[in-house]
Design a protein around this ligand. Structure first.
Ligand code: FCB
Length: 475
């Protein structure tokens, strides 16, 4: 029987997952010997997060992980991407591991495995131990060496039971929002330091990958998750094309250049020369960073639209990551950012699945043979329970349907996409936005911490079970 037109089938081994990160969900920030991370310090600093909200309790996943795993299994999810809290495992960022911290993750992994859910570990999702920031943070080379040590500890502890590993999540945010615009922890606004941070994050990825390989079974897969931007110029005017080139270098080339090709793009070095001389790139660094990878993780939300700046226009930069008087784009004073047309999510991010297709095809060309995973994609909406307690979120279903269809189209067009992790499993602490932005497929009542699957969770679970996108009304 021919398939109905609206159904879109995925390869049988396709991994249908959901993603979270430690600081956004765990809470229990003072338990088990955990010390503050830069996000604890930042969120407790007045004025840094909406309403002064913190991850102190978050959604209390630390105590409720069994319930959360059971819910994922009930929904039909096949994979779960979560991150390890570095200060839970290595409170000072150096030296021996705290067993209580490692045991928490061992129990979580075992719970997932016995529920038939594949764990995927992210080693660094932004929660640097505060002690390492006090010693200089990512702009300092030593932080990369510390990361490699931490990666080895976690690899030794969990490498026997976890196949999927991701070194860093979105190093762009760590470097440029953390040390450039200052809207993320540690909140520094130092353009030169943001580029030093980017280099040392690259080095951390390379050294961390080698450290993992030295202690883990060869069958395990090591990847990195980049928030590779889809940068579009407003016109084909040479000045607009040059602006797009600069932002593409600062968003993408600065990471995938060294990681995938062993070089920083010449155009990036030229665009940033008034900010830094890159003298901290030592002999051998590029070789250390350029490690063979088993997969590449792509996080995608919305495209970025740019033009050459009107030299008269001054003021805060709006680029989708919160606004700050300080730019997260060092050296790019000649670039202006624009709102892409079309419908938007609660974050103000334009919904454009064609960007996801474009991104996948780009990396299919640039990294031939490297399997791809969409390690984050999703949308925030102002979800509220109905009087009957149910949470209906048709906008999120439409968003997921559109983006998963783009993934399916890319597979048809020859891309090797092996899986998709919805951001996020459940509502959680959305960084500087606090709890106001709900990205979850599962609704969390922050007063009771009760979890309720939204209709999108049921829809997505059905897709995961059947390997086919269930039809969506009006699509
Ligand atoms: C990504 C982050 C993730 C979440 C989503 C909305 O940049 O990796 O933690 O905040 O955005």
């Amino acid at each position: 029987m021919p398939e109905p037109e609206s159904s879109v089938s995925f390869p049988p081994a396709f991994l249908w997952g959901a993603a979270t990160s430690a600081y956004q969900i765990e809470g229990a920030v003072r338990e088990g010997g955990r010390t503050p991370s830069i996000w604890d310090t930042f969120s407790h600093t007045p004025g840094k997060t909406a309403g002064g909200e913190t991850g102190d309790i978050a959604v209390d996943h630390y105590h409720r992980f069994r319930e959360d795993v059971a819910l994922m299994a009930e929904l039909g999810l096949k994979a779960y991407r979560f991150s390890i809290s570095w200060p839970r495992v290595q409170p000072t960022g150096r030296g021996p591991a705290v067993q209580v911290g490692l045991d928490f993750y061992r129990r979580l992994v075992d719970e997932l495995l016995s529920a038939g859910i594949k764990p995927a570990i992210t080693l660094y999702h932004w929660d640097l131990p505060q002690e390492l920031e006090d010693a200089g943070g990512w702009p300092e080379r030593d932080t990369a060496l510390r990361f490699a040590e931490y990666a080895q500890i976690v690899g030794e502890a969990l490498g026997d039971r976890v196949e999927h590993w991701i070194t860093l999540n979105e190093p762009w945010c760590s470097a440029f929002l953390g040390y450039g615009s200052g809207v993320h922890a540690p909140g520094r606004t130092e353009p030169a330091a943001s580029l030093r941070a980017a280099h040392h994050l690259n080095l951390a990825h390379g050294l961390g990958t080698s450290a993992l390989r030295s202690v883990m079974p060869a069958r395990n897969s090591i990847a990195v998750s980049l928030n590779s931007s889809v940068v579009r110029p407003v016109s084909q005017d040479p000045a607009d094309l040059a602006a797009a080139r600069t932002i593409d270098d600062l968003a993408n080339g600065v990471f995938h250049g060294p990681m995938l090709h062993g070089v920083y793009p010449q155009t990036l070095l030229a665009a940033t020369k008034s900010v830094t001389d890159w003298s901290y790139v030592q002999d051998g660094d590029l070789r250390a960073i350029h490690q063979p990878l088993d997969a590449l993780g792509l996080n995608y939300y919305t495209p970025t639209l740019v033009s050459a700046a009107d030299p008269e226009a001054k003021g805060p930069r709006a680029d989708g990551h919160g606004s700050s008087a300080h730019s997260p784009w060092p050296g790019a004073d000649n670039v202006a950012f624009h709102q892409t047309p079309g419908e938007r999510t609660e974050m103000g991010w334009t919904i454009d699945p064609s960007g996801l297709h474009e991104l996948i095809m780009r990396y299919t060309r640039e990294a031939p043979g490297l399997p791809l995973y969409i390690t984050e994609n999703g949308a925030a909406y102002d979800d509220k329970p109905d009087p009957d307690g149910r949470v209906h979120d048709p906008e999120r279903i439409a968003y997921l349907h559109g983006h998963l269809s783009a993934v399916r189209q890319a597979i048809t067009d020859g891309a090797d996409v092996r899986g998709y992790y919805l951001w996020s499993l459940m509502d959680n602490f959305e960084w500087a936005y606090g709890y106001g932005k709900r990205f979850g497929a599962v609704y969390v009542d922050y007063a009771t911490l009760e979890r309720t699957p939204k209709s999108s969770a049921l829809w997505y679970g059905e897709a995961a079970r059947s390997g086919t996108l269930p039809p969506v009304e009006g699509v």
